[in-house]
Ligand binder design. Structure first.
Ligand code: ATP
Ligand code: SF4
Length: 338
């Protein structure tokens, strides 16, 4: 069970509060336990990054918040409070109404969000269906937003179809659409992964500027640690469906407490100073997520594992006000009894 939350010392209620969330995928091989007791907060006007290797559950978490899960997904326990309402208990219609209004999403592939057979203009007008105002007012807002995301000559370009735009420009159109409705929370699932490095930097700066201007919160899913360091206020580290560490960007990048976070940082291409032909990877693989697990989920790959790690799942230990990690090494009682 989760602590009183890390950000609870700030007065404003977080926009998003996820508590003890467990999710399984039913498969012919059995139930894949893809989210394990996940708890986290997204405070108002803050950017929270979720990092972890492929298969750690980052996208599943993002899609669960959005209510865009496949049919074989089953949330067994937990709550997702968005602006105080539990999304998991909201009737389907009320939940759908939130999408594209209070809650927006940017996907890795912009074509997931764009309709290929409709012009950008008609899609940008439609997305404002919750807003007051005439069609020409909505068109003016759309043009203004396209200008702000750096689409050259928006008056002409808005009449084009999505395939007339390059990949980077399409992602800018998606960001414009997602932010046009001034959401309280923007979920961005690997929005820069398909772009080259220069475009990635431009998009990250753009997201940062717009987030500040609009004042929304962002849940930013990425395996690119450099992008997370650039954009985020706090970082949540996931491994095999669990949150193993959480803290400010400074703490996670300069003072990581969990062996997995340290291993992830050591393998980050952006931090490797020596020339090398082969980038290091964390030895071993993410364990099978079938069924429940005894002991620490990282133990098979952890260079510091000891007997207790096989027997007992670690609880979260707090370091200072702002950082928690799930690792037996942080248990102060262990040091006293050693
Ligand atoms: P990536 O960075 O590759 O997107 P991720 O951290 O986002 O990885 P998820 O895509 O959330 O990880 O996957 C978490 C686990 O759930 C993985 O083991 C994945 O195989 C499994 N999974 C995801 N979707 C399904 C599904 N529809 N049916 C069965 N298993 C699934
Ligand atoms: Fe490693 Fe044990 Fe800590 Fe898990 S609990 S991260 S196995 S030392």
């Amino acid at each position: 069970m989760r602590r009183d939350h890390l950000t609870s010392h700030t007065s404003a209620r977080p926009v998003l509060e996820i508590r003890d969330l467990n999710l399984d995928f039913g498969t012919p091989r059995g139930r894949i336990h893809a989210l394990r007791d996940v708890s986290l907060d997204v405070p108002a006007a803050k950017v929270i990054g979720i990092v972890g290797e492929s298969g750690s559950g980052k996208s599943t978490l993002a899609y669960t918040v959005m209510g865009l899960l496949p049919e074989n997904a089953d949330v067994s326990t937990g709550s997702i409070l968005f602006e105080g309402k539990d999304l998991l208990k909201l009737p389907a219609l009320a939940r759908r109404r939130l999408l594209g209004d209070r809650l927006s999403m940017i996907f890795q592939d912009p074509m997931t969000a764009l309709n290929p057979v409709r012009t950008v203009e008609s899609q940008m007008i439609d997305i404002q269906h919750h807003e007051q105002g005439s069609r020409s007012e909505k068109l003016a807002r759309a043009l203004d937003m396209l200008q702000r995301v750096g689409i050259p000559d928006p008056q002409t370009r808005i009449g084009a179809y999505p395939h007339h735009f390059s990949g980077g420009m399409r992602q800018r159109v998606c960001i414009a659409m997602a932010l046009l409705v001034k959401p309280a929370l923007l979920i961005a699932d690997e929005p820069t992964t398909a772009l080259d490095a220069t475009l990635e930097v431009q998009i990250i700066h753009l997201l940062k500027d717009l987030q500040k201007e609009i004042g929304c919160s962002v849940l930013f899913v990425s395996h690119h640690l450099g992008a997370v360091a650039e954009l985020c206020d706090r970082v949540v580290v996931m491994y095999a469906g669990e949150v193993v560490e959480e803290g400010t960007v400074r703490d996670i990048f300069h003072n990581p407490a969990h062996p997995y976070t340290r291993a992830l940082l050591e393998c980050d291409p952006g931090r490797i100073r020596q020339k090398t032909r082969t980038l290091p990877t964390i030895p071993g693989e993410i364990p099978s997520l079938l069924g429940s697990k005894k002991g620490c989920i990282f133990r098979a790959r952890c260079p510091q594992a000891f007997n207790r790690c096989v027997q007992e799942s670690p609880i979260e230990y707090r370091m200072g006000l702002d950082q928690v990690a799930r690792c037996h090494l942080l248990d102060k009682k262990r040091l006293v009894s050693a």
